[in-house]
Design a protein around this ligand. Structure first.
Ligand code: NAD
Ligand code: TYD
Length: 350
């Protein structure tokens, strides 16, 4: 089987590529990635010479490129992760999200349909990886997003992902494209670009700089270790029903401030600092526009139907994550120069 994995140089994509390349030596894996600021081939150094792995640089927003790639490679499956993925960037540049997340997804859907339709779609899979943010924002309390929750996206990022989800389902109903979909909660772990909360906070604590917390730090997210998301994607790809959607989460809700306190304490412990030292770096900054209050996801369908469950507790996953960033200071330094510093100044200046 030949699989195109899009966005394989990014955070989650690199873990999915590694899992598939090492677990399925009989598969050919093509990593298709534009190498935006978020894509980094260093994430895949350990497997880049594997005989069943290849990297192709290209932009999914370029329809001709996508069509030619599919005609040339004739993939049997697509696992689609390429996206603009940061809510804050979607607020300043929404069109980039429309181009990659909406148009790019439609280009892939069309290319797959055109290639596979004459073959009757037999044995083919188009798997779209999405987010729980398409469901909108929950109040505090016991409610959770299920696969039946109505879409209610509220940021340009989540609106673009919701739109792409709708297009994926439309290609299933209209053209018979064999699709699968999953919607996952917030991931954390090694190789996470330090614009998202957890890697940004670790980077700032490590370099003894203020750690920005939006608003009062009361917003709630459900956090899943990235390697557990990769195993969930493996389960959905191989065992999920065609046309179906699976919610994936960590059953692990944290208010942002409590999470940052825990993170500060873990870093203090691992770097031999007095307990409480890093908490002094916490700085409350202007809230995000339209900041979704709470996400919580009910993963019982994937757990019951596909037998998937997270392999680590949050404490274990966070410890592994902090260890990785402390051991890979050079990775962090290389991705936080130049353009990153301009981004930080612009994003956090008021
Ligand atoms: P990321 O930003 O770390 O990586 C995205 C990758 O896509 C990068 O390698 C980038 O170079 C590539 N890319 C961007 N635009 C492209 C284009 N036009 N053509 C080709 N490649 C392009 O993102 P991530 O956090 O790894 O997220 C991966 C997917 O998982 C996304 O679809 C995202 O919506 C979804 N998701 C993420 C999370 C999370 O917590 N990070 C949670 C649920 C779902
Ligand atoms: P983020 O990692 O951007 O993920 P998402 O917005 O997709 O859930 O943010 C996680 C939470 O942390 C969210 O409530 C916003 C908040 N946050 C901060 O408080 N400070 C920051 O510097 C960032 C990037 C996020």
């Amino acid at each position: 089987m030949k699989i195109i994995i899009t966005g394989g140089a990014g955070f989650i994509g690199s873990h999915v590529v590694r899992l598939f390349v090492t677990k399925y030596p009989e598969y050919q894996i093509i990593n298709l990635d534009a190498l935006t600021y978020a894509g980094n081939l260093e994430n895949l150094r350990d497997i880049e010479n594997a005989p069943n792995y290849r990297f192709v640089k290209g932009d999914i927003a370029d329809q001709q490129f996508v069509d030619e790639l599919f005609a040339r490679e004739e993939p049997d499956a697509v696992i689609h992760l390429a996206a603009e993925s940061h809510v804050d960037r979607s607020i300043t540049d929404p069109l980039a999200f429309v181009k990659t997340n909406v148009l790019g997804t439609v280009h892939l859907l069309n290319a797959a349909k055109n290639l596979w339709k004459p073959l009757g779609f037999e044995g083919k899979t188009f798997y779209h990886v999405s987010t729980d943010e398409v469901y909108g924002s929950l109040e505090m309390g016991p409610d959770m997003f299920t696969e039946e929750t109505a879409y209610d996206p509220r940021s340009p990022y989540s609106a673009s992902k919701a739109s792409s989800d709708h297009f994926v389902r439309a290609w299933y109903h209209t053209y018979g494209l064999p699709i699968k979909l999953s919607n996952c909660s917030n991931n954390y772990g090694p190789n996470h670009f330090p614009e998202k909360l957890i890697p940004l906070a670790i980077h700032r604590i490590r370099t003894r700089q203020p750690v920005p917390v939006y608003g009062k730090g009361e917003n709630v997210r459900d956090w899943l270790f990235v390697k557990d998301h990769a195993t969930a994607i493996d389960a959905v790809f191989h065992k999920g029903k065609v046309g179906d959607t699976y919610n994936i989460g960590g059953v692990n809700e944290w208010q942002n401030l409590a999470l940052i306190h825990l993170l500060c304490d873990v870093v203090d412990e691992k770097t031999g600092q007095m307990p409480g030292t890093s908490r002094q770096l916490i700085t409350f900054v202007k809230d995000r526009a339209g900041h979704d209050l709470r996400y919580a996801i009910d993963s019982s369908k994937i757990m019951n139907e596909l037998g998937w469950k997270p392999s680590v507790t949050f404490e274990q996953g966070l410890a592994q994550t902090v260890d990785w960033y402390l051991a890979n200071a050079e990775w962090l330094e290389r991705v936080t120069t130049g353009a990153y510093q301009d981004y930080y100044l612009q994003q956090y200046s008021n």
